[in-house]
Design a protein. Sequence first.
Lengths: 125, 125
Amino acid sequence: MTWLDAVKWDADGLIPAIAQDYKTGRILMMAWMNREALELSAQEQRAIYFSRSRQKLWRKGEESGHVQKLHELRLDCDADVIVMMVEQLGGIACHTGRESCFYRVFENNEWVTVDPVLKDPKDIY
Amino acid sequence: MTWLDAVKWDADGLIPAIAQDYKTGRILMMAWMNREALELSAQEQRAIYFSRSRQKLWRKGEESGHVQKLHELRLDCDADVIVMMVEQLGGIACHTGRESCFYRVFENNEWVTVDPVLKDPKDIY
């Protein structure tokens, strides 16, 4: 039984992985990992996800340079969610050019965009 | 089109919801919400999940008293993950009696329990 066997993979062989800034605690994004992605993340000490839309490994930052260096990896009580403390290179996790993917706040029955675009996505990809 | 229609529900009509301590930024847990759970969470300003195992609404804290008061609700760029800033009453989110469900850290190819049990689960439920 390895540490990878302790993980409760879902029906598609995936687990949600939350990336959190290791200094500020800001939640940057949530994506999915398969067994290979989690193993490689631990080996290479950077976040490697499994893209459900493209059905392949997604080495976060491979195009944008916005690599997430891994500082700590945690598993929850049910063994079905991962939290990573990461250092977000470039300070941008979101494909919209924002620090975090969670840039919309619920206010007066609407989702209101409250965070600035730090870099034009055209200049990222 | 309401704010609930903006959410991209998965095939089971659910969305992952991450609860984060509004003061420390610590990630406490991740669970799931259906449309009703999200609507009620916003209305009642507390975390209400949908239990996949019991297939019914789960008003966090209804048995334990460990209610999560909602301070802020965010949606991500793909509209398929929720983050809640919460005040964790009792300081315990996990059913094991720990502050956070993420009490196991990956070290030397093992998941190592690093956080203390603050209250015996027998005294919670």
